[in-house]
Design a protein around this ligand. Structure first.
Ligand code: ADP
Ligand code: MG
Length: 257
């Protein structure tokens, strides 16, 4: 199962995600074809953006790759496992251990502090409470929130909440980071901080897939997948991707709060 040889699941080791002829139809009174016949690969370590108008299927695609949902037809392989053949429990495990998911609306637990929110996905792991706290604290410091550890989500600005959500997505050290409009609800400066963090994660060898409706954000990636009406219309290669300077210090309070 090493090198680029095909494995039993049909995915090569140097491919993080393989999407083949995937459909996702929502069965309503009128069936909604959210995705139709979508095929592409995400090579390991690649940085890819997804763009397209509202309703074009971007979130549906992210939910499938993030193992929150399964295709109606086609084949989806994540880290050499055919997720359409996994049980719900196996999918949950794959998601928890190998995938980090950042939602547009943060999805933080309202009654947990920033530190507790970040530490939460580690509970299933074989780590002591102090190890979990230490790791969560370290990640929050990395995203510039070392002085907000004990704040509840409603005591944080939108940009700070999104940075907590990113720290949470990274806590189990995923190899695949999925972000659905991560800069959609934050100001430009926080957006820049997030994109700098993503560039660092890419430089460290992670595979990134980022949904955005902003061209400027999409141009951080090596390739842009353009969705239209549930179809993959084209794959654009970004000639010279934006790569923010990583040595710039993180502004602790970019919104001036
Ligand atoms: P995007 O993220 O690009 O805005 P979505 O993936 O959220 O698009 O939605 C694609 C299409 O699928 C839309 O027409 C939307 O209304 C429909 N859709 C999304 N989620 C559901 C759902 N849970 N049930 C029924 N239809 C859905
Ligand atoms: Mg969406």
């Amino acid at each position: 199962m090493s090198g680029s040889t095909e494995t039993g699941a049909g995915g090569a080791a140097d491919v993080a995600v393989s999407v083949r002829a995937v459909d996702r139809t929502y069965q309503l009174a009128q069936p909604v074809h959210a995705l139709r016949d979508v095929s592409f690969d995400l090579p390991r370590g690649s940085y890819t953006a997804v763009m397209g108008p509202s309703g074009s299927g971007k979130s549906t695609l992210m939910n499938l790759i993030g193992c929150l949902d399964t295709p109606t037809a086609g084949r989806l392989v994540v880290n050499e496992r055919d997720v359409t053949r996994l049980s719900e429990r196996e999918r949950t495990r794959l998601r928890g251990e190998e995938i980090g998911f950042v939602f547009q609306t943060f999805n933080l637990m309202p009654r947990l502090t920033a530190l507790q929110n970040v530490a939460l996905p580690m509970v299933a792991r074989d780590a002591s409470r102090s190890e979990r706290t230490e790791r969560a604290r370290h990640l929050l410091e990395q995203v510039g929130l070392g002085d907000r550890l004990d704040h509840l989500p409603n005591e944080l600005s939108g940009g700070q909440r999104q940075r907590v959500a990113i720290a949470r997505a990274l806590v189990n050290d995923p190899t695949l980071l999925l972000a659905d409009e991560p800069t959609g609800n934050v100001d430009t400066k926080t957006g820049d901080t997030i994109m700098r963090l993503f560039s660092e994660l890419h430089a460290a060898g992670n595979t990134l897939l980022v949904v955005t409706h902003e061209r400027r954000i999409g141009e951080h990636a090596d390739r842009i997948l353009h969705l239209l009406d549930g179809r993959l219309e084209r794959i654009e290669v970004v000639e010279s991707p934006r790569r923010p300077a990583v040595e710039a210090p993180i502004d602790d309070d970019p919104e001036g709060n």
